[in-house]
Design a protein. Structure first.
Length: 358
């Protein structure tokens, strides 16, 4: 039996652990905090798959084309093919393990619009998709924890790899509270530790993901790829501790971006990008916000010069699909999104590059 060490207990780490156990491996799952505090829980908007249940004649090929276009054709085509082909199967698997997706009138997983997608293909669970997926996967992991096939070590951080010759033989762990060091020997180590939020200061991500693990891996000679794939989210808000996310779902259900020009709202995205409007890919929307602010000499770092308006939407849509947005606005901004626009600015959000050699 192979002994695999998985660093990180978010969705990536837990899913890796589940798949490994199903292949007959024994897994040790290591993290500084319980999975309920992983950054994965923060994901709001949804997960894309060409399920084609909205009478829009959607297809995997169109999902591929939109994804490549959204990545400015810098994406690895093979990785994108794998992503779009397996996406419907993954949605079905998540359904089977108990993810509480929002349902349409026929009881199917509901789909909505999202940035860079021509058609409705974003499956979601209100505005708490990450939390719902994490809850279901945590429950499935517990079954294997009870049988001893998955062992959790909580309160431990990655310190360094154990290197024997040119091979990885395990990892050294550091205890959060006692600074105790522990070495674990393993047949393989999977790193699922999240992005280097600490490198960028105030991001939308968890402060637990400080970037130390990636830095140590680089120092120990691990090769990385695609590190330029750092995503800005166009609609974030400033708080004293971090940037908070205003989910893309707000634009997916009809939220509009504007600035005040000559005393009137100017919906610049709708003028510059007819058809997509504020649902252009995130990098394009973020760049457009910077552009309009520069042209109009508006500040964007926490200012109230760029607005996201959902007040024209029905209270039912806001209540059901944007409840997390309402919570953030009331707690951190003292803004009532039913009646007032939300001040937003781009912020560092997600890291899609990673390890090449494993």
């Amino acid at each position: 039996m192979k002994n695999i060490l998985v660093m990180g207990s978010g969705l990536a780490g837990m899913t890796a652990a589940l798949k490994l156990v199903e292949e007959g491996a024994a897994v040790t799952l290591v993290s500084p905090a319980y999975s309920e505090r992983a950054q994965s829980v923060m994901a709001m908007g949804g997960i894309n798959a060409a399920l084609n249940t909205k009478q829009e004649d959607d297809s995997i090929n169109e999902h591929f084309e939109d994804t490549m276009r959204g990545g400015s054709d810098l994406n690895d085509p093979e990785a994108v093919v794998n992503l779009v082909q397996r996406a419907p199967e993954i949605i079905r698997w998540l359904e089977e393990i108990g993810v509480n997706f929002t349902r349409d009138e026929k009881g199917r997983v509901d789909l909505r619009n999202f940035g860079g997608q021509k058609k409705k293909r974003t499956a979601y669970a209100g505005a708490r998709t990450g939390k719902q997926i994490a809850t279901a996967i945590i429950a499935k992991c517990r079954k294997y924890e009870a049988s001893g096939q998955i062992k959790r070590l909580v309160g431990w951080r990655f310190h360094s790899l154990l290197i024997e010759g040119q091979e990885c033989a395990g990892a050294v762990l550091l205890h959060e509270n006692t600074n105790e060091l522990k070495s674990l020997v393993a047949d393989a180590v999977i790193m699922a530790v999240g992005g280097p939020n600490g490198v960028f200061g105030k991001t939308t991500g968890s402060r637990l993901n400080d970037g130390y693990a990636a830095g140590m891996l680089l120092e120990q000679g691990v090769e990385f790829s695609n590190l330029e794939m750092i995503q800005y989210h166009p609609t974030t808000v400033h708080t004293p501790s971090k940037r908070m996310l205003i989910t893309e779902a707000a634009r997916g259900v009809g939220g509009r971006l504007y600035v005040i020009k000559e005393g009137q709202p100017w919906y610049f995205m709708e003028e510059w990008f007819p058809g997509y409007g504020a649902l252009m890919p995130r990098d394009v929307v973020s760049q457009s916000i910077y552009k309009v602010c520069n042209e109009m000499k508006l500040g964007i770092n926490g200012s109230q010069e760029v607005y996201l308006d959902v007040s024209h939407l029905s209270p039912e849509i806001i209540d059901v699909q944007l409840d997390e947005v309402v919570s953030i606005c009331s707690k951190f901004l003292k803004v009532n999104p039913y009646k007032e626009p939300i001040p937003v600015a781009p912020g560092i959000h997600y890291f899609m590059g990673g390890n090449q050699d494993g």
